[in-house]
Design a protein around this ligand. Sequence first.
Ligand SMILES: [Zn+2]
Length: 133
Amino acid sequence: MENPRSARRQRAPDPIAREILLAFWKVHILHHAEQGPVYGQWVLGELRRHGFEVSPGTVYPLLARMAEHGWLRPDARRRSASPKARRSYVLTQEGARTLQRLREQVVELHREVIVEAGTTGGHGRSNSATNRR
Ligand SMILES: [Zn+2]
């Protein structure tokens, strides 16, 4: 009989990858918070859609830390509803500035590690045959 917990853990990234992915997740969260309020359950689903198996124990503290940094703040309109089930956050001005800086850095990072390296992510659009020479 297979242990469902160990099955779930199979996809958990190794600690080193996780250390780096944490930063990616924060960029995702800022990006989506720019479009509208975000909350823990939604973030979990969205990261899963992107292929990240992230636990609530990671996402909730992450949102709280982002609020401490002043990038997000609790959405006042939602506070009265069910605070436990759905604490949503909105992007602050500081968060918007941070996101803008990160976008520039993502472009720069993409240019160097993908474009200049001749890597297209292995989705069949690779021209690595010509780039390898
Ligand atoms: Zn996303």
